[in-house]
Design a protein around this ligand. Structure first.
Ligand code: FAD
Length: 239
């Protein structure tokens, strides 16, 4: 059977990705597997290939392509070789939709160029030691400072894919108590600089599978998050 979903641009991209995997991943994959993660430098190589900017607008350094087909090619080729690109999947597949949907124009200008260049790897932290499926039960809090310039973040997260290497973490936290009618009310999303004081990465968790995808515990002790890094509407983050 002949597929018609991919055109010659996709097939040329496939050749590039296949050669890249053979040169840059296959020879070192056992080491990544043993280490439980891909090295941070590898993500710069992916960025150079243009992998992070496929669906990012050209004004922010991306290719501005409104299609998942190039990403489908990547997943076909990694599956074919029996390898993965580490924890980088969450950068584009989870991080980017949040930025595209919720970030202001000012935030997009600040976040996206570094997102595309791989200078800042993104991940998302929702799950907590006591809160998985029941996300509305999260305990991490973000309190607005008296002068209104920043939020103060306190709490812990676990099972966070890409958590070891992330430079920007979308952290879900309570900014208000739930209401009697809606337990989901009061959760907000913050784009947290992982180098901020009080932000720490705990254990890298061992897993049965997904061995090269780093999965981490995170802790926040009085982490200051500038108000400019609230993403989307305050208290409406659950949606
Ligand atoms: C490899 C891996 C990567 C992950 N990456 C991320 C990440 O990047 N960011 C992030 O925030 N989180 C991440 N997670 C966490 C993931 O989102 C949670 O594991 C998931 O939400 C389930 O939560 P839990 O593990 O606490 O299980 P629980 O919520 O405790 O559930 C345990 C079991 O009980 C069942 N259950 C729960 N509630 C009910 C109910 N009301 N009725 C019936 N059955 C129920 C569940 O189906 C499940 O079988 C990751 C997890 C894994 C394993």
């Amino acid at each position: 059977m002949r597929r018609t979903v991919f055109n010659e641009d996709h097939e040329a991209f496939r050749e590039t990705i296949r050669a890249f995997i053979e040169a840059e991943v296959v020879p070192v994959y056992d080491d990544w597997f043993a280490a439980g993660q891909a090295p941070r430098d590898f993500y710069y190589k992916l960025a150079e290939l243009g992998v992070f900017g496929i669906r990012v607008d050209e004004e922010f350094g991306g290719a501005g392509i409104d299609s998942y087909k190039f990403e489908a090619v990547i997943y076909e080729e990694t599956a074919r070789a029996g390898i993965s690109f580490g924890g980088s999947g969450v950068h584009v597949l989870l991080g980017l939709p949040y930025i595209k949907l919720l970030a202001s124009d000012e935030q997009k200008k600040r976040y996206l160029p570094k997102f595309v260049s791989g200078e800042e790897m993104w991940a998302i932290a929702m799950t907590e030691p006591g809160t998985g499926s029941d996300l509305a039960g999260m305990k991490t809090t973000a309190k607005l400072s008296e002068d209104g310039t920043h939020y103060v973040l306190n709490g812990a997260k676990t099972f966070i894919t890409g958590g070891v290497h992330a430079d920007r973490m979308i952290v879900c936290a309570r900014t208000a108590a739930p209401t009697a009618e809606d337990r989901r009310h009061g959760i907000s999303l913050f784009v947290v600089d992982t180098k901020a004081e009080g932000y720490s990465v705990g254990r890298k968790l061992d897993k049965l599978g997904l061995k090269t995808s780093d999965t981490a515990e995170l802790a926040f002790v009085d982490v200051k998050v500038p108000v400019e890094d609230l993403m989307g509407e305050e208290n409406k983050g659950f949606g």
